[in-house]
Design a protein around this ligand. Structure first.
Ligand code: SF4
Length: 231
């Protein structure tokens, strides 16, 4: 009884809001899934359990912020990124150690993933590179926390201009698709890529097929499908 009430609470928190600008966390992600978020395509609700996991992750972030402030290393947290109107985001922290500035991005994960972490995750590298680009800072740190035993691992990274520019170019390409109302092709890794496995748009993506499709035509296709499911 109580479990159902708590789960329902989390389900009710999820409003299917239309995304209207790119976030740094979209860097390197499936363009089609981002397109669907902008167009508010029908999506599967996230499991309440997953939302509780995210909430717990935020708690770990706050703990680390607190420690960073107490270390007195010239830290600012949750820093809004200077934006050119294309991408927006907030870096977890910017700090200074031995006169060197760093952008810090904090990620929390369970033991199983943490144990296998011999190098930073690709999507985290992309995110950090976009931060480094906009903040014009040369050094970044990805700080991983094991939620189960509180172990910490850090990876240092230098700004890679080529990589950052290519990620921004991907955003510009997707913006063009959004302006032209064209659903991008399926992501190359479909359907085995982790992004597809956790994608809330799995169903609509399947219906859209592999190639690009005009958004208006696809909306009609979704409507027809809905009609045939009811009929
Ligand atoms: S299922 Fe995969 S290819 Fe389709 S929208 Fe989601 S992430 Fe992209």
């Amino acid at each position: 009884m109580l479990k159902e009430l708590i789960d329902q609470f989390y389900l009710d928190q999820q409003t299917s809001r239309k995304q209207n600008h790119f976030y740094v966390s979209d860097a390197g992600k499936c363009p089609r899934a981002i397109f669907f978020k902008f167009k508010n395509a029908p999506r599967k609700k996230m499991e309440p359990r997953m939302l509780r996991i995210f909430e717990r992750g935020e708690h770990f972030h706050r703990n680390i912020f607190d420690v960073l402030y107490r270390l007195r290393i010239g830290v600012v947290t949750e820093v809004p990124m200077p934006s050119d109107g294309l991408v927006s985001g907030r870096a977890d922290a910017i700090l200074s150690i031995e006169s060197k500035n760093y952008v810090v991005d904090i990620k929390s994960m369970n033991s199983m993933i943490f144990r296998k972490l011999v190098q930073p995750k690709e999507e985290n590298i992309y995110q950090l590179q976009v931060y480094l680009h906009y903040f014009q800072i040369q050094n970044g740190i990805l700080l991983y926390i094991n939620k189960d035993d509180q172990n910490i691992r850090e990876f240092h990274m230098k700004y890679n201009q080529g990589l950052a520019e290519s990620l921004l170019e991907d955003f510009r390409r997707l913006k063009k698709k959004l302006d032209e109302h064209v659903v991008p092709k399926r992501f190359a890794g479909w359907p085995k890529n982790w992004q597809c496995r956790y994608c809330q748009f799995k169903e609509v993506c399947r219906l859209a097929g592999e190639e690009e499709i005009a958004w208006e035509d696809f909306k009609k296709k979704m409507k027809d499908q809905e009609g045939s499911n009811q009929g």
